[in-house]
Design a protein around this ligand. Structure first.
Ligand code: FAD
Ligand code: SF4
Length: 549
């Protein structure tokens, strides 16, 4: 039997999955021995170079390719320039996840490309895109909704796996995908320009880019996107990767130039102008997640008075727990940030030349700029009424296939990145979203594999989530989902020295399960905890005392 869309897995009848019945039940996780994502192997050596002016020693490259990159005890980056073929795929992955886009790869042959007249990376050019062309000609078309990192990662992987039909990325921003983490850090201080944020991975991607184009709806029955302007874009396979939008406060003055969020390059450029051109002296940051804390650092480093107003207490309690969060609060206070915890704004007054905020304890704060760092809201408005199951994001099964309103997997639709909620079998079967850069890369890759293989043959996506942050010069790196932990132990270093590794675990019917680890200025030490995540037996303690969070 021939399938109408060769290359994409046959549309097997929708299959019911068991998400609701066992939600939250822990899974015996020792079975998940996938410390690294599956990469497409390469058969040629590559050369690597790192731009020292950009490199910020986050050490993420070392996590992805320890055979190639190494952070020394002294904190400098060492790397192998000539990388043998067996480690080329890891080195390429490090290029994708480096937030500063500091690494360049030369030579070699990226998977999915052929040696043509233009050398490595040369492919047969895609035909011009017209709506319905694929359907009329029988050529297959995969559409990626959302031209961000997860979308780029999925598209790149589709080509690596040999998908040779039409590939279309649709995004409402005018830019090709770029690295967002520096938006709250180096971009605001002028350390990186907008051009330097662009991902290097898409340079040789053979695809159509429909930028500046908002998607308004999904017609699931007819497999087509509805675009702004009334155009329809049919597809054979769809990757949903529309990310999140920054949360706003309905009570904040919507049209004031002095109230800003930071999600896009456009937002960050406006904050940069507000901070520097307007010569802001007092900045209030609302929200105490990582992005809010980083915005406070950046404004403080630029010499401004900063007040960090956070609804909960202690700082970062939900993400890191009380004791570790307390260390971040100490770092902020020592750097001169006025940290106000367990409080919120009850009144906003825009006086033109300043904003006046009233806190619930009666305090008045006069400031020049307010930056909201309140977290993200999944971009699913365009999917309402489409028949896909939406909750906190797009609900997916363990293979990243989308779930429809009847609880069935949709074989030709996958989701990836910040917008996708899926049950990570490493932890349990409760669908969750993860908003980290490395995750967007890995889930994009996995979703692409799943789309090509189909639900019946696709593997479950069981990554170890990884993240990092920097607070006033202290580098924080995390693995797993520390917020799931009910117990935390300091396994290396000490809280007092503000240099330590904290390990998070929780009780399950199979015994204690390690769910996360966080390192403050200990990137090397963290490596050995990464492979423990999801395991049910903690290794013997080496140092520190165990306490309730
Ligand atoms: C300021 C900031 C700092 C961060 N710092 C860190 C950090 O230090 N470490 C870390 O791990 N992660 C960090 N992150 C998170 C990381 O950047 C994200 O996890 C990652 O960008 C997610 O990629 P994505 O492709 O899922 O979503 P996005 O990058 O948001 O891409 C989604 C794209 O889809 C587009 N889109 C949405 N709806 C539509 C529509 N209807 N039609 C067309 N296009 C649409 C959006 O405009 C966007 O371009 C940070 C994020 C921000 C904003
Ligand atoms: S991941 Fe970090 S250490 Fe590695 S090259 Fe990029 S900025 Fe430098």
């Amino acid at each position: 039997m021939t399938h109408p869309h060769p290359g994409i897995a046959p549309a097997t009848p929708a299959r019911a999955i068991e998400l609701q019945s066992t939600a939250g039940a822990p899974v015996r996780a020792d079975a998940f021995d996938l410390p690294r994502p599956v990469l497409v192997p390469e058969d040629e050596p590559v050369r690597v170079s790192v731009d020292n002016n950009r490199c910020h020693i986050y050490g993420i490259c070392q996590q992805e390719a320890p055979e190639v990159f190494r952070i020394s005890e002294g904190g400098s980056l060492h790397y192998t320039r000539a990388v043998p073929a067996e480690f080329a795929a890891q080195a390429r992955q490090a290029v994708r996840v480096c937030p500063m886009q500091a690494i360049e790869i030369h030579g070699g042959r990226p998977p999915g490309t052929t040696r043509g007249p233009g050398g490595p990376g040369d492919r047969r050019p895609v035909r011009p895109l017209r709506s319905g062309t694929a359907a009329r000609t029988g050529r297959r078309r995969i559409v990626v909704a959302g031209a961000g990192l997860a979308g780029l990662s999925a598209a790149t992987r589709l080509r690596e796996r040999g998908f040779d039909g039409e590939l279309v990325l649709v995004g409402e921003e005018p830019h090709r995908p770029y690295s967002r983490p520096p938006l709250s850090k180096q971009y605001l201080t002028g350390g990186l320009t907008a051009e330097q944020l662009a991902f290097r991975a898409d340079r040789s991607l053979d695809a159509h880019w429909l930028l500046d184009t908002r998607i308004l709806g999904l017609d699931l029955a007819r497999s087509a996107l509805e675009l702004r302007g009334g155009e329809r874009l049919p597809f054979d396979g769809l990757v949903v990767a529309t990310g999140v939008d920054a949360k706003r406060l309905p009570e904040a003055p919507v049209f004031s130039d002095r109230v800003r969020t930071v999600r896009t390059l456009h937002d960050a450029a406006a904050v940069q102008r507000a901070l520097h051109t307007a010569r802001a002296r007092h900045v209030v940051v609302l929200g105490g997640g990582f992005v809010g804390c980083e915005l406070a650092c950046t404004a403080r480093q630029a010499g401004m008075d900063v007040t960090l107003v956070v609804h909960s207490a202690p700082l970062l309690r939900r993400v890191l727990g009380s004791r570790v969060g307390g260390v971040v609060a100490a770092l902020q206070r020592r750097a001169g940030v006025d940290v106000r915890l367990a409080t919120q704004v009850t009144d906003w007054q825009d006086h033109g030349d300043l904003l006046r905020l009233r806190l619930d304890d009666g305090t008045l704060l006069d400031c020049d700029v307010v930056v909201l760092g309140l977290g993200g809201e999944p971009r699913t408005e365009w999917l309402r009424g489409s028949g896909l199951s939406l909750g906190d994001g797009v609900l997916c099964g363990p293979t990243c296939h989308a779930v429809d309103a009847w609880g069935r997997l949709v074989p030709h639709v996958v989701a990836a990145g910040d917008v996708a909620a899926w049950p990570n079998p490493r932890f349990d079967d409760r669908p969750r979203r993860v908003e980290h850069l490395i995750h967007a890369v890995e889930m994009g890759q996995h979703a692409a594999d799943s789309l090509l293989r189909g639900p019946a043959r696709a593997a479950r996506f069981a990554p170890v989530p990884r993240f990092w942050s920097e607070q006033h010069g202290t580098r924080i790196q995390g693995v797993g989902i520390p917020s799931l932990g009910t117990d935390v132990e300091i396994v290396e270093g000490s809280l007092r020295a503000e240099r330590f590794v904290a390990r998070y675990s929780r009780a399950t019917p199979f015994g204690p399960q390690i769910v996360g680890a966080v390192a403050f200025d200990m990137p090397l030490e963290l490596l050995e905890y990464r492979d423990e995540i999801g395991r049910s037996r903690p290794r013997p303690r080496t140092a520190g005392r165990r306490r309730r969070r």
